[in-house]
Design a protein around this ligand. Structure first.
Ligand code: HEC
Length: 113
């Protein structure tokens, strides 16, 4: 019994020791003055409504989420914007929605609107 408990004590302190060494190796100092986010290419079409899109749609994800969709009808873009607000919590004012949908339909809509 005594040997077993000594073995447990030794192996536990061994693991703890390894953990501490691991932590020390992975916590290299970060240079806060030079660290930058990677560049974010703006792939949305530059046309009226782009500023509204920038202000309301780029909080959470890249523009590719929008620009790589297949062409959608107005009703489908309305559902998308509603989903961003209702399901994902996008803080988009109700009176801003028509302007956003207009931009989306004009630039990423089907010809059959
Ligand atoms: C509050 C955060 C948030 C905002 C703001 C937001 N989205 Fe999203 N969006 C999401 C999340 C979360 C997903 C799903 C990501 C995933 O599945 O990986 C998503 C996915 C999408 C997709 C991919 C298709 C889908 O339904 O998953 C499209 C298109 C899209 N968003 C359009 C928009 C548009 C247009 C706006 C502005 C009107 C917008 N988003 C604003 C959170 C947001």
């Amino acid at each position: 019994m005594k040997i077993l408990s000594l073995f447990r004590t030794l192996s536990c302190s061994g693991i703890l020791c390894l953990t501490l060494v691991g932590l020390a190796e992975t916590t290299a100092p970060i240079d806060r003055d030079t660290w930058k986010l990677p560049p974010e290419p703006l792939t949305l079409r530059d046309s009226p409504g782009i500023d509204l899109m920038k202000a309301n749609c780029l909080l959470c994800h890249s523009t590719e989420y929008i620009s790589t969709q297949p062409p959608l009808k107005r009703s489908q873009w309305e559902v998308e914007v509603t989903k961003m607000r209702a399901k994902f919590g996008a803080p988009i004012a109700t009176n801003t929605v028509p302007g956003l949908v207009d931009y989306l339909v004009k630039n990423y809509g089907t010809t059959n609107r």
